[in-house]
Design a protein around this ligand. Sequence first.
Ligand code: ATP
Ligand code: MG
Length: 650
Amino acid sequence: MSDQNVFPVDPAFAANAHIDNAKYEAMYEQSINDPEAFWGEQGKRIDWIKPYTRVKNTSFDPHNVSIKWYEDGTLNVSANCLDRHLATRGDQVAIIWEGDNPEEDEKITYRDLHERVCRFANALKAQGIQKGDVVTLYLPMIPEAAVAMLACTRIGAIHSIVFGGFSPEALASRIIGAKSKLVVTSNYSLRGGKQVPLKANVDAAIDDHGASACIERVIVVQRTTKDVAWHENRDVWCHEVCAAASADCPPEEMNAEDPLFILYTSGSTGQPKGLQHTTGGYLVYASMTHEYIFDYHEGDVYWCTADVGWVTGHSYIVYGPLANGATTLMFEGVPSYPDNSRFGRVIEKHKVNQFYTAPTAIRALMQQGEDVLGDSDLSSLKLLGSVGEPINPEAWTWYHRIFGKGKCPIVDTWWQTETGGIMIVPLPGATPTKPGSATRPFFGVQPALVDSEGNEIVGAGDGNLVITDSWPGQSRSIFGDHERFVQTYFSTFKGSYTTGDGARRDEDGYYWITGRVDDVINVSGHRMGTAEVESALVAHPAVAEAAVVGYPHDLKGQGIYVYVTLKAGYEQSDDLMKELRNWVRSEIGPIASPDLIQFSPGMPKTRSGKIMRRILRKIAEDDFSALGDTSTLADPSVVDDLIEHRLNRK
Ligand code: ATP
Ligand code: MG
């Protein structure tokens, strides 16, 4: 391999893995050369009511974007996630729930989960929900979130999950956009020991922000004993309607292309889009990627720390794992409560084998030092995963060392809400890894790099990441706006799906995601991704987090504007600023030398923890009158501080 910093596959891991390198290469080749045969075979991993005879019928032609997989097959998702496991693993734990409070947990078997889902499904019907209706879920990370999702799929209703951290306005716009009749929420949610008034937010969305136009009913889960305002003609308690419902609910027969859910993207770059996913192809893809990428084996305990409000929670807490009959851990709390060792404590307590989290969480823990996990016993871990942003090599090696004790492979999983499942990723028994690279495509995925004119870049190089053909997990449309779907994803580079991300491909064919294409900086004619400069900064001992954007510069076209958050114990100073500038020059080269460095106590982040460079760019441009949609910001006060201390003033 061309790179110095390569982590080879452990032969012992490969020997027991589902996929070793020879298998990867043979299967990948077949998946590309004969997708009909490949996916025709893979489709059998789930149960069909009426088997499909057609496998792939897709077109990326911008005049006729149409994506169909297994189009004449019928199935039910909840039956695949529950009923088909009852005979063999009814008493196996399906969901381990770990509460915000470390004293609180619950183990739910497949049999229990099946019963709860059937009751909930009948309760939804009793509240007037029918096949094709959209149900909004605005819930904390409690078992009812998974129960409500599966209950929707059981009766053919479409769920639209809105992350419980969103404001009443953001919730209302998503309810209205999806024309949803019913919301499921809880009276409060618990995070880090604090109660968050979810039900009051729902009331505000309905009464003050226009969601009354469609909402008829609110089902309320009682999470805490604290009182809550009640509307007799609108609200019902979840435990009451479920107790009154029958535990017998036959699964609805759904076509493979019937909608399964709508999900709004996390909102890093602009107006959120309600992406629509369908039933058959999505489940095949979620289940297959979960098994192979996490190398899940019977009996393993698997933990993904995402929230079900994001696509990661959909595909890799609920649908993928449960379709595979796995034991999936669901965590209500936050990594810093009761203290920063919580992730380690939960891994130890439940003997977690696969652990899947985000770079933002890793960087936050890294700031706390090497002994952040205390004396937690992490010996059960076999594999680590990362998702959501490029993982800086510095954070990758820390994760590998502190969580993985140097022995666990890391799967850096690149994908999007739009893709439904993981797309570019090392397979742990097959692919040597390089810190910071998502490495190679998953089966059936054909990535390509194109320049701004749409010419394909061959061999090593840098460009816009596109996908040239369809895969089963792909989103089929934007809910209610197919034209926007076509415009956004299929009109820029004709015949391909445009990801909006930039990437570099190295001599070994490995992909390195360089950041969003919109964030690429052009300094004196040199194009630069944000990820590389940020990673160089994060590698400096004083830097906890860094974000890089371009701003108009008279001589260079664009200058490099850097926002830096320091680790505890470091003070901002002119000397440190000089040092950081020199550091980047020596790590990358003079071309990447920052022009302006602003120290900031925090970064503007989405609720899913991603840095919103769009806002940082506006501030760097000294043009913050129109920051765009900021409803997905986790902490809007960060923005005020950034504006106050901005360095570029016209
Ligand atoms: P919006 O589309 O509304 O701006 P978003 O793109 O943040 O929001 P998601 O679909 O949750 O919403 O995130 C997908 C994006 O996250 C990818 O396009 C990519 O930029 C980034 N991403 C996810 N995983 C990785 C990864 N492993 N490496 C690099 N980037 C990643
Ligand atoms: Mg996106």
